[in-house]
Write a protein that binds this ligand. Structure first.
Ligand SMILES: [Zn+2]
Ligand SMILES: [Zn+2]
Length: 130
């Protein structure tokens, strides 16, 4: 099949954080027959998507769910991000930790702050200022 024939058909190719296409390869799996039959009975079952999702979930925090690589994964007190999928303007966080002070989850709008002698979040900061 030439690339011309598939152009415009199906969904756009999956890309990593830098826009590079995710290279894919075939694997052969040896599964219990009952498991295979169970999966076959599930509606809209896509074995490739399922396997990718399960393995990514299993290793989330170790590998990045966007580029499937572990080389750029870093943990900070705010959360876990992938350097390979980040740019100068935005870090690609895929796990957000909770603020140790108020237990609210950090996110792009609720980042870490030094408040007096402790670490808090934007929400904690508002309460201190109020
Ligand atoms: Zn990544
Ligand atoms: Zn907080």
């Amino acid at each position: 099949m030439t690339s011309e024939k598939v152009k415009g058909v199906g969904r756009p190719p999956q890309t990593d954080g830098s826009g590079k296409q995710i290279a894919k390869t075939h694997v052969t799996l040896l599964l219990p027959v009952n498991l295979k039959e169970f999966l076959r009975r599930q509606p809209k079952m896509n074995m490739s998507a399922l396997f990718t999702r399960v393995v990514t979930s299993l290793y989330l925090g170790t590998i990045c769910p966007k580029c499937y690589d572990d080389s750029g994964v870093h943990q900070t007190h705010v959360g876990t991000y992938c350097e390979n999928c980040s740019n100068d303007y935005r870090s690609f966080f895929f796990i957000w930790n909770d603020c140790p002070n108020c237990k609210l989850q950090y996110n792009r709008n609720n980042m870490s702050h030094n408040i007096k002698d402790k670490i808090g979040c934007q929400t904690c900061l508002k309460e201190v200022k109020a």
